[in-house]
Write a protein that binds this ligand. Structure first.
Ligand SMILES: Cc1ncc(C[n+]2csc(CCOP(=O)(O)OP(=O)(O)O)c2C)c(N)n1
Ligand SMILES: [Mg+2]
Length: 772
């Protein structure tokens, strides 16, 4: 790790003021200066920025090295842009278009902002936790010789104190402890205010213990140097302040020096007299009482300098929300905006002339200027967005496992084993991970081959004792499987960090995560977060649906295909047969390494079914595009069965039974409702721009007679496929699962939930009997 720079406190203090002003002015401009065509409030969080301008100044202009990566508290976004503006890597136009179309985003965004953003933030808690997983990825890369020791950095999260209520932070803390993570700083902007009000008084005393028990060092920056000296000199003042409720502190910070004076006099009586006499100016008293650690440059610099090892460290920096703004400390200030008079007063007080607000160093006097410029010049943070690393991995053809009867889940395990045995670049880059369902999702054979990853070796006690087991369970720093505890949110954050390795470290990994399909919902926001950042991975969700049979309703997933239908950045594939699975896996790996790619969600099943005989591979392209005719419809067909995934045998059986009477009947195998729907919407949008190519789903369905009936069948919510009727106006009988599952064998379950041949026959009859 690089040594920190020699501090220049005066220049840092000037930058702090400048950043506080610029962030506030950016928000002010968007709300009060820029024309508003729709009358909507633009918004922004001046108080949340002011709270941590000193903190970010000390970090970015003193502590950070070039390899360090930061997740900035969402509402502190304008500060990050202001920092880049001062460094010359952000334009004034972008600042002026804050929250406008194409302008800088409300919350730091890797994909949409023009400055380099290490981690997107927005949904509180997730930006914090991903830094722990990113540090684990760094350890993985260095252990595997994919990254030089000298390029290692630190992972920093800037956290709002109310953000610490998010449970996912503690899940990550526990997982981080198990994996012995290091090089993490989590810095809390401890302003003791959330969105609604001032926060609970007692919790901060517990954070120390929680973090310490997970191996973290905790550093509290409560009082700044000046207030620290005062409380050292007046012990009664210290006792009183130490016990002062957050809300009282906040209220007096808002009211100012006179209120502090009255209250100190009332509460301390004669014990406070000497102190008050020595501080007889109200304004100065107000400033002294709010000299908290998080606003004191010397304290911040000192604390960062003292934590230059790799021990994960929690800094609790006490602050006042809205510090230096007219609504400092007010409990309602979260979305508070200065009115124009207040904003102009702040500008004037900082010595900035009207019209010079955007001058990067306006208001900085000639004495301070050279030192401030020197600080900017020597800043070691990344100033430009890095090129993303894509297209370097050769993806081999993946062969389908052989066997007349197979399940997609088992076949996934076999393909992973084959890939491991084959070796090569792809296999070396694959990292698997699973929240305690490695074995039950068929990743076991891969893990036997490739081993678990841990920084410190872990022996397989059972193997050493010669106790028979199919599963090897030893770990080294060369392993390629990261085993997680049962916390699905962590799985998605792990996949997000692994899936950003090309962007963060210049070395792309191929992450493969497995979990049970119903538990996607458990980590849904983390999954969305991973996709939002364009992290690339393959998610294998299995088992799925009521086809899981005896396991029962708590494990039988229903709605994940609908989730996938609405999730940008994630492609859903649901194979019925294992040769489909093989080409989908190759496609998923390709998409991970393609500039215009995305992540893939494979929904698999434990049901073993007869595999089809294929005459050729002409179906490949259609299957990868979302669906293909497994049984071609005849000219002018009046009906088709449309089926997806594990229930394909029922569809095939019904087809065989019905086709003698319905000669034109077709059977459409849908492999991705998600892709079909996307293509359909895109084609409609394109038609408005003069492009008239039909989408894949339109081309498929145009093989039927106008108004032909469709029986759609899937082991999932029926709406996953029933929308197909809207494409060309076909009538639809939607079969699927629309109530919770239960235990049972497949015959009973399929009959009860109408996924069997009878249901298909009845539905076809009804469609054909009902006039269109
Ligand atoms: C998951 C999630 N829930 C709710 C919100 C809405 N929200 C935004 S900021 C905030 C309060 C943040 O308080 P704190 O973390 O203390 O930050 P401060 O602005 O005080 O620095 C809330 C509830 C959100 N962004 N994310
Ligand atoms: Mg707060």
């Amino acid at each position: 790790m690089l040594k920190p720079l020699a501090p220049d406190l005066d220049a840092l203090n000037i930058l702090d003021e400048r950043l506080r002003f610029l962030s506030a002015w950016t928000i002010h401009h968007a709300n009060h200066v820029r024309d508003s065509s729709d009358g909507l409030k633009v918004g922004g969080h001046q108080a949340s920025c002011a709270s941590m301008s000193a903190l970010m100044t000390a970090l970015y202009f003193h502590a950070l090295g070039p390899n360090d990566r930061v997740a900035v508290k969402p509402h502190g976004g304008p500060l990050l842009h202001a920092i880049h503006y001062l460094l010359g890597s952000q334009s004034v136009e972008q600042l002026q278009n804050f929250r406008g179309f194409g302008g800088m985003q409300s919350y730091p965004s890797r994909t949409k902002d023009q400055i380099p953003v290490d981690f997107s933030t927005g949904s509180v808690g997730l930006g914090v936790a991903i830094t722990a997983f990113a540090s684990l990825v760094q350890d993985y890369l260095t252990a595997h010789g994919k990254m030089a020791e000298a390029d290692r950095g630190r992972f920093v999260a800037l956290i709002g104190d109310a953000e610490l209520d998010e449970g996912n932070i503690y899940e990550a803390l526990i997982e981080g402890y198990k994996h012995d993570i290091r090089n993490c700083w989590w810095i809390v902007d401890y302003n003791r205010q959330s969105l609604d009000a001032t926060s609970a008084d007692r919790m901060f005393e517990r954070f120390d213990e929680i973090f310490a028990s997970c191996g973290w060092r905790t550093v509290e920056l409560r009082y700044g140097k000046r207030l620290g000296a005062a409380v050292a000199r007046y012990p009664a003042l210290k006792d009183w302040l130490d016990d002062l409720p957050n809300a009282d502190f906040a209220a007096m910070s808002f009211q100012g020096g006179a209120a502090w004076r009255t209250r100190v006099a009332a509460d301390l009586g004669s014990a406070g007299k000497e102190f008050l006499k020595a501080h007889d100016d109200d304004d100065a008293l107000g400033l002294l009482m709010t000299d908290l650690g998080g606003h004191c440059m010397a304290s911040l610099v000192e604390a960062f300098d003292a934590a230059q090892d790799d021990v994960p460290t929690l800094f609790i920096a006490w602050t006042v929300k809205g510090f230096g703004l007219p609504f400092a400390g007010h409990k309602d200030n979260h979305s508070g905006l200065m009115n124009p008079t207040q904003a102009h007063a702040m500008r004037d007080a900082m010595g900035i002339s009207a019209g010079d607000e955007w001058q990067p160093l306006a208001g900085v006097g000639p004495n301070g200027l050279p030192a401030v410029q020197a600080l900017l010049d020597r800043s070691r943070i990344l100033r430009a967005k890095r090129d993303r690393s894509f297209g370097k991995i050769a993806i081999p053809v993946i062969a389908a496992p052989s066997g007349d009867e197979q399940a997609t889940q088992a076949a996934f395990g076999k393909i992973m084993l084959d890939l491991s045995r084959a070796g090569g670049d792809l296999a070396e880059r694959i990292v698997t991970t699973s929240p305690d369902v490695t074995v039950s999702t068929n990743l076991g054979a891969w893990v036997n081959q490739r081993g678990l990853f841990k920084r410190r070796e872990m022996k397989d006690v059972f193997a050493a004792a010669k106790i028979a087991s199919a599963q090897k369970w030893s770990a080294t720093n060369q392993g390629q499987h990261i085993e997680l505890g049962i916390a699905e949110s962590n799985l998605f954050l792990m996949l997000a960090a692994l899936g950003l390795s090309g962007d963060l470290f210049g070395e792309r990994l191929i992450p493969v995560g497995t979990l049970y399909d119903p538990f996607i919902a458990r980590g849904l926001d983390s999954l969305n977060y991973a996709c939002y950042q364009d992290a690339r991975f393959l998610l294998v969700a299995t088992p799925s649906g009521i086809t899981l049979g005896p396991e029962g309703g708590a494990h039988q997933s229903i709605n994940p295909p609908l989730i996938a239908l609405g999730q940008p950045g994630l492609r859903h594939y649901e194979p019925a047969f294992v040769d489909e699975l093989a080409i989908m896996m190759a496609e998923a790996f390709r998409l991970i390494d393609a500039p215009d790619g995305e992540s893939t969600y494979l929904r698999l099943s434990t049901r073993s079914i007869a595999q089809p005989e294929r005459a050729d591979d002409r179906w490949h392209a259609d299957a990868l595009a979302g669906g293909y005719w497994l049984r071609e419809p005849g000219p002018g067909a009046e009906a088709a069965i449309v089926a997806m995934g594990a229930v394909m045998p029922e569809a095939l059986a019904a087809f065989d039974e019905l086709s003698p009477d319905l000669p034109g009947l077709g059977l459409l195998a849908v492999t991705s409702p998600d892709l079909l729907h996307r293509g359909w919407s895109a084609a409609q949008a394109a038609r408005w721009r003069g492009k008239h190519a039909p989408s894949h789903v339109e081309a498929l369905l145009s093989r039927l007679a106008p108004g032909a009936g469709l029986v759609t069948l899937c082991d999932a919510a029926p709406a996953s496929l029933s929308w197909l009727g809207g494409v060309l106006g076909n009538r639809v009988a939607p079969l699927g699962v629309d109530r919770f599952g239960q235990t049972g064998n497949l015959t009973d379950l399929y009959a009860a939930y109408r996924l069997d041949g009878d249901a298909i026959t009845q539905s076809i009859a009804e469609l054909l009997l009902t006039p269109s």
